[in-house]
Design a protein around this ligand. Structure first.
Ligand SMILES: Cc1ncc(COP(=O)(O)O)c(C=O)c1O
Length: 404
């Protein structure tokens, strides 16, 4: 007989099937109820270690007291105030992001795709305002920049844009980590290059150090803006606040979203004063972007990362995870590659079984994502401890060894 929790779970799943557009297909049968730290609990009372962190969003884990306090005290003051007026959290978060980055100016949006839309507009605006329009933007094959019409056009994977043709023109795609290909694709109409420093959505592929250095130098020498999409890699995910810091470069424009407000929707475009000349009054905007609630959450996240030395924690746990996962690879012969940076790791399996492994881990109480047919991606909260990470590695080894 079904117990009352199972009945509730099935009812929610049925509502989803009946009323929600089927864009997510059949989901994992977990109805999130509440969380604490790295754990998420279902309405059925089951406990899961959240090794995917809302896809690199739950930076501070679940129910972080500083974040909850920042959101609730801001909610008591003012949740929304339109951009006709100033608000303190917006000004403070903009200041903070500029202080810890290359940027001179920030614009706030509500998601990664929107932040990238802003970056694309800014780059095009920059060149047209200079009187030398250069609309072409080079992006990488297998990249992912979002689901809006401009960002599916920027994304170097046709499956995301083809059904929604006509696709926005002005993008050219080149092989990732191939500097010659990028160089050859650039011409007098190229205004920007836009890259992820780890391609997260297509299987966790980090950019080569030399490649990024060469691209930066080439862009500078040829009057091309360099945009880095740090929607997934930003906010400490790779062990530095921004992944570009590990490549020894300074971009002209960068975008953030996902982890910036720990789960409250936000996006940000960061730019130098020079690139910012692409936008003047009336050129861009957003009703919700920079809203006091989201920015108060963003400030709490950045402050927690600093005060708890979460960057140090990511580096420490990352080293541990890479060592342990490589040991599992050796022991089981079921893993062909472990790659990524910091707390963004792709575990490539030797067989096309990532969907199955994901479900087996779920049944053992661990949440991960499966990319394509053979990659398990983890992006846990930055607060994860070595002992928690160790439990995940043991569970993965058990699954790969058939101990269910
Ligand atoms: C690198 C990158 N850019 C952009 C996006 C789109 O972000 P959002 O889903 O918040 O629109 C994603 C989402 O996965 C991403 O990984």
């Amino acid at each position: 007989m079904e117990n009352i929790q199972d009945t509730k779970l099935n009812q929610i799943i049925k509502y989803d099937e009946d009323y929600f557009m089927p864009v997510f297909g059949k989901r994992v049968p977990l109805v999130a109820d509440h969380g604490k730290g790295v754990y998420l609990y279902g309405t059925d009372g089951k406990k899961y270690m959240d090794m995917i962190g809302g896809i690199a969003v739950n930076t501070l884990g679940h129910n972080n007291s500083k974040l909850v306090k920042a959101i609730s005290s801001q909610a008591k003051k003012v949740i929304h105030c339109c951009n006709y007026y100033y608000n303190e959290p917006q000004a403070l978060l903009a200041k903070k992001l500029c202080e810890i980055s290359f940027a001179d100016k920030v614009f706030f949006a509500n998601s990664g795709a929107e932040a990238n839309e802003g970056a694309i507009k800014l780059a095009r605006g920059y060149w047209s305002k200079k009187g030398t329009p250069k609309p072409k933007i080079i992006t990488a094959k297998m990249s992912f920049h979002g689901r809006t019409l401009a960002t599916v056009a920027a994304t170097g994977q046709e499956k995301f844009s083809a059904p929604f043709a006509p696709v926005m023109p002005g993008f050219e795609y080149v092989e990732y980590n191939d500097f010659e290909a990028l160089k050859n694709a650039c011409d007098a109409t190229t205004g920007a290059v836009m890259l992820e420093l780890v391609q997260g959505e297509s299987g966790v592929h980090p950019a080569d150090f030399e490649y990024v250095q060469n691209v930066r130098k080439f862009c500078k020498e040829n009057n091309i803006l360099m945009i880095v999409d740090e929607v997934q890699t930003g906010v400490g995910r790779t062990g530095t606040f921004f992944a570009y810091e590990q490549y020894g470069i300074i971009p002209d424009i960068a975008t953030l979203a996902k982890g910036l407000a720990g789960g409250v929707p936000i996006g940000a475009v960061l730019a130098t004063d020079m690139a910012t000349t692409g936008f003047g009054p009336g050129d861009h905007g957003s009703t919700f972007g920079g809203n006091p609630l989201a920015c108060a959450a963003g400030l709490a996240v950045v402050e927690e990362i600093e005060s708890k030395n979460l960057l140090g924690n990511v580096r420490k746990v990352s080293e541990f995870l890479f060592k342990k996962l490589n040991a599992v690879a050796k022991k089981t012969n079921k893993i062909s590659d472990v790659r990524g940076k910091g707390a963004l790791i792709g575990i490539e399996l030797t067989s096309d079984s990532s969907a199955e492994v994901k479900m087996k881990l779920f049944n053992k109480g661990f949440l991960v994502s499966s990319i394509g047919s053979n990659v398990i991606r983890i992006a846990p909260p930055l607060i994860i401890s070595k002992s928690e990470a160790g439990k995940f590695v043991t569970a993965l080894q058990d699954v790969l060894e058939g101990k269910e």
